[in-house]
Ligand binder design. Structure first.
Ligand SMILES: CC(C)(COP(=O)(O)OP(=O)(O)OC[C@H]1O[C@@H](n2cnc3c(N)ncnc32)[C@H](O)[C@@H]1OP(=O)(O)O)[C@@H](O)C(=O)NCCC(=O)NCCS
Length: 192
């Protein structure tokens, strides 16, 4: 008899949102909270976001994380990134959703530095953006990144984003980038 997995902590087993040969974007699982806590506590990673590292104890972080996943819309907007071996290497999410303009902001962290510069970030961004534009009906995806964060800018350029302005927040300068619906490749057969 084949044992059908029922999922952990109420999270579905069939949890892949989009995938390519080497990168998977999937729904989050309870076990992801520990990795996220390590990344959110990391001072260097926080610097790339112009944010402060979290200082709350892990049990409190985990309790809030679990609440958000179960009772808010976070689970539908915030996903885990895995490499080709199923290792959880980062997170990707969309937020600041403008339903009228059909726009959303995108954010990503590849938390484990040993995976930087190998194409996982741009691949995950490209996969999620295609999903949002082609299947979810968004017209524009935008993001901001610190002017000195050249790796992130190159990652977003590779995924199709173009610079569309600059802004200042909290004494930091950010480059604004966007990707529009008409960026989607035309289907070979002429498509629907
Ligand atoms: C930014 C981030 C998501 C990119 O993911 P990644 O997997 O490292 O990105 P990719 O490998 O797909 O692309 C990175 C590109 O930047 C290039 N790059 C790396 N360092 C660079 C630098 N100092 N200057 C210019 N380009 C650089 C890489 O060579 C690569 O380009 P290439 O493939 O043309 O050679 C990831 O590095 C990360 O999470 N960094 C820390 C947190 C962060 O910056 N988050 C984004 C906040 S907006």
């Amino acid at each position: 008899m084949i044992a059908v997995p029922t999922g952990r902590q109420g999270f579905p087993c069939d949890d892949v949102i989009v995938r390519s040969r080497k990168t998977v974007v999937r729904r989050k699982r309870m076990a992801d909270a520990a990795d996220e806590y390590a990344w959110r506590s990391d001072e260097e990673l926080a610097r790339f976001d112009a944010s402060n590292p979290t200082r709350v104890p892990f049990p409190d972080y985990q309790r809030n994380w679990s609440f958000d996943m179960r009772f808010t819309d976070t689970a539908g907007r915030s996903f885990a990134v895995e490499d080709e071996n199923g290792q959880h290497i980062g997170n990707i999410m969309y937020y600041n959703i403008d339903t009228l303009r059909q726009e959303a902001e995108l954010g990503i962290t590849i938390g484990d530095q040993q995976f930087w510069g190998q194409g996982y970030g741009s691949e995950a961004v490209r996969l999620l953006v295609e999903h949002l534009l082609a299947r979810m009906g968004f017209q524009r995806i935008h993001l901001k990144t610190l002017t000195w964060n050249r790796r992130a800018q190159r990652c977003f350029e590779k995924a199709g984003f173009v610079e569309c302005g600059q802004t200042e927040r909290g004494g930091n300068m950010f480059i604004l980038m966007e990707l529009l619906q008409d960026w989607l490749p035309t289907p070979v057969d002429g498509g629907p």
